[in-house]
Design a binder for this molecule. Structure first.
Ligand SMILES: Nc1ncnc2c1ncn2[C@@H]1O[C@H](COP(=O)(O)OP(=O)(O)OP(=O)(O)O)[C@@H](O)[C@H]1O
Ligand SMILES: O=P(O)(O)OC[C@H]1O[C@H](OP(=O)(O)OP(=O)(O)O)[C@H](O)[C@@H]1O
Ligand SMILES: [Mg+2]
Length: 281
């Protein structure tokens, strides 16, 4: 059985389980369940702290796992990113009291609080900045006011936690993160991993694309197909009126309305959009 680590709580947990359920796997009903076997799909899910998932995968105890790129890199284990999963986006950034800092260089000799010690130390070392790193478990925004640090490096999503603490971001983003599937580096792919990857890819595509259908005059079909090239090539079918054809193509969900406007301008009619429930590309 393929052994898969899934976040048990926190920012990534619900979306990770939703994605696996959409990919056709059994998911737990009770959030206290620690292990779930899906015998039909020959796969076993282990619900673990997202920070620990990299450790289990890196040590080879579990085959693959879903965690945040930031947590994965912080853990500094022998594993690699197999797939980006398109949720759990966040940015890891420096922040300090409003007006105190505006560049990385000013951190020289300062105290920096973070929950991501490995990630931060690597970043500072790569840029030749010497600062002392204070490792905290969470609520890092309070550390400056409470006097244990001069600035922080933390996950920022909306920025509202920072604002509430009287702080602002400065410098370039340290890392852009999202949920990723990680696996062990340099080993033969475990049995069943190819199916999991294809299924997750199918969910990503079904979420990112819609199916677009329209009718267009034959002489305009090349111009219309250029607007809707699809993944490989649009399907063009004859209509009873031999001057017209029906076209069917996958279109990026966030381009839907622009493409419909452009098709209509061109002369296409009966433009219909439907969602894709599942797919294998
Ligand atoms: N708004 C957010 N706040 C915190 N983490 C987020 C947010 N959005 C996405 N993430 C991602 O979620 C992961 C952190 O998950 P989680 O919140 O479960 O960890 P934690 O902060 O270590 O745990 P906890 O807060 O439960 O003690 C990271 O990969 C982070 O980038
Ligand atoms: O930019 P925002 O949208 O405000 O989100 C970022 C905040 O959310 C996370 O905290 P979390 O709730 O996970 O608590 P923690 O710091 O104790 O982990 C993160 O550590 C920041 O504090
Ligand atoms: Mg958190």
């Amino acid at each position: 059985m393929l052994r898969v680590a899934v976040p048990n709580k926190g920012a990534l947990s619900e979306a990770a389980s939703a994605m696996l359920a959409e990919a056709g796997y059994r998911q737990r009903r009770d959030p206290r369940e620690l292990v779930l076997v899906d015998p039909e799909n020959e796969i076993e899910f282990f619900f673990l702290r997202p920070r620990d998932i990299a450790v289990y995968v890196g040590s080879g105890t579990l085959d693959v796992g879903i965690t945040g790129r930031d947590l994965f890199l912080d853990a500094q284990v022998e594993a690699e990113e197999l797939m980006q999963l398109g949720f759990g986006a966040s940015t890891f950034r420096f922040a300090g009291p409003v007006g105190d800092f505006d560049s990385l260089g000013q951190l020289e000799g300062k105290r920096l609080a973070t929950s991501y010690e490995g990630l931060l130390k690597d970043y500072l070392a790569a840029r030749g900045v010497t600062a002392s790193v204070v490792r905290l478990d969470g609520a890092v925004e309070s550390s400056v006011r409470l006097g244990v640090a001069d600035a922080i490096a933390d996950v920022v999503e909306t920025g509202s936690t920072l604002r509430a603490a009287g702080m602002e971001i400065f410098g370039e983003p340290i890392l852009r993160s999202e949920a990723v599937l990680i696996g062990r580096r340099g080993i033969e792919a475990p049995v069943g991993l190819d199916v999991l990857l294809r299924r997750l890819q199918g969910v990503l595509v079904a979420r990112q694309y819609v199916m677009m259908d329209y009718d267009v005059r034959k002489d305009l079909v090349d111009a219309a197909a250029a607007l809707t090239p699809g993944l490989e090539s649009p399907t063009v079918s004859p209509l009873r009126d031999s001057e017209w054809v029906a076209v069917r193509s996958m279109v990026k969900r966030n381009h839907t309305n622009r493409i419909m406007d452009e098709l209509y301008e061109l002369g296409a009619r009966a433009i219909l959009v439907s969602s894709i429930h599942a797919c294998r590309i």
